[in-house]
Design a binder for this molecule. Structure first.
Ligand SMILES: Nc1ncnc2c1ncn2[C@@H]1O[C@H](COP(=O)(O)OP(=O)(O)OP(=O)(O)O)[C@@H](O)[C@H]1O
Length: 326
């Protein structure tokens, strides 16, 4: 197997008395979309800043695109793209001029720059608007331009800190569409932080961070399967058959069911495998079946004791400080 895109071992960050990151370990495979979720102050921004070489770890190691974030900082920087919270586009320049400026900063060779600018602008659907000043762009267009800029120097790993915060759901969905397409087209690894559960669903794997530690790490599916059972609602067509169904579920499967809102309701592991058995083994008429899975909100609640909504809002000022003080 090829080397991980990100490999973190025993990573710690202390700010004086505060230990923001308390020894975390994880790896991210090349081409993965990896999401970091957690309440305010969990240590997400501190972690992403260490991986992006903007903050120096207190202890432990992190390798990004095969290079050490402390010992080979310049190599890491050449191989990563950053799309962070602070908007740093120049609103009085056109989209294309912003990218040219970035290309110069990164020393991208003149012979390839025009082609590459076209490529990334087309990827995020802004080629037609390239000559317009950024101040005429919508919030979603600016974000797409920032993503295009983060990709300009063909990074192996793209870091996105809350890529869609403050955007409406439709724009968020379209940004994700672009992120997914980019990831396929460029085969890059994407590491992002988010507060939005539906956004976490797009990730191949998610790490939930709380109080400086990773408390859960898996695919969204596995995390949901881990917190609880699926909920099945069954309609049999009558009170008598409902009662018979409750008995049959108890006797045949050892399941406790009850009638709720006119449907026989119960919890079961791997509901999608259980429902077909109902049809063949229950021996009663079934008029409809509804299967609901635990959501990532349930997962978040189970691991952090708060809802993701409570965790919204932000203490981003720390990150700005960290970026400025680098
Ligand atoms: N430069 C700093 N100096 C002192 N303490 C800091 C600094 N940066 C972060 N912290 C502290 O470290 C902890 C983790 O902060 P961090 O910003 O990494 O959390 P987060 O998970 O990104 O939160 P949010 O979702 O609010 O952005 C917090 O207690 C924060 O106050």
């Amino acid at each position: 197997m090829s080397e991980p895109a990100i490999a973190v071992a025993g990573l710690v960050k202390r700010f004086g008395e505060v230990t923001a990151v308390r020894g975390i370990d994880f790896t991210v495979a090349p081409g993965e979309v990896f999401g970091f979720l957690g309440p305010n102050g969990a240590g997400k921004s501190t972690t992403i800043n260490m991986l992006a070489t903007l903050l120096r770890p207190t202890a432990g190691t992190a390798r990004v695109a095969g290079h050490d974030v402390v010992g080979e900082r310049d190599d890491v920087r050449r191989n990563i793209g950053l799309v962070f919270q602070d908007p740093t586009l120049d609103a009085y320049l056109s989209g294309e001029q912003n990218l040219r400026f970035h290309a110069e900063l990164y020393g991208i060779s003149r012979s390839v720059v025009a082609d590459r600018i076209r490529q990334v602008l087309e990827m995020v659907g802004l080629w037609e608007r390239r000559r317009d000043k950024v101040r005429t762009y919508s919030g979603g267009m600016r974000r797409r331009l920032e993503i295009a800029r983060g990709l300009l120097h063909s990074p192996r790993v793209l870091f996105l800190d809350e890529p869609t915060i403050g955007l409406d759901p439709q724009t968020r969905a379209s940004i994700w569409d672009y992120i997914r397409r980019l990831q396929r087209a460029e085969q890059i690894t994407i590491f992002l932080t988010t507060h939005y559960m539906e956004e976490a669903e797009y990730c191949d794997r998610i790490a939930i961070m709380d109080n400086g530690r990773i408390v859960a790490l898996d695919t969204p599916e596995a995390l949901k399967a881990g917190v609880g059972k699926d909920r099945v609602r069954l309609q049999t067509g009558g009170e008598e058959t409902d009662r018979a169904a409750i008995r049959a579920l108890k006797d045949g499967f050892g399941i406790d069911a009850e009638v709720r809102d006119g449907a026989v309701t119960f919890a079961v592991a791997r509901g999608e495998e259980f429902v077909p058995r109902l049809f063949t083994e229950l021996g009663l008429p079934i008029r409809s079946v509804n299967l609901a899975r635990p959501s990532l909100d349930d997962v978040f609640m189970a691991y952090t004791g708060t809802t993701i909504r409570d965790a919204e809002g932000s203490s981003r000022d720390w990150m700005r400080l960290a970026v400025r003080n680098r």
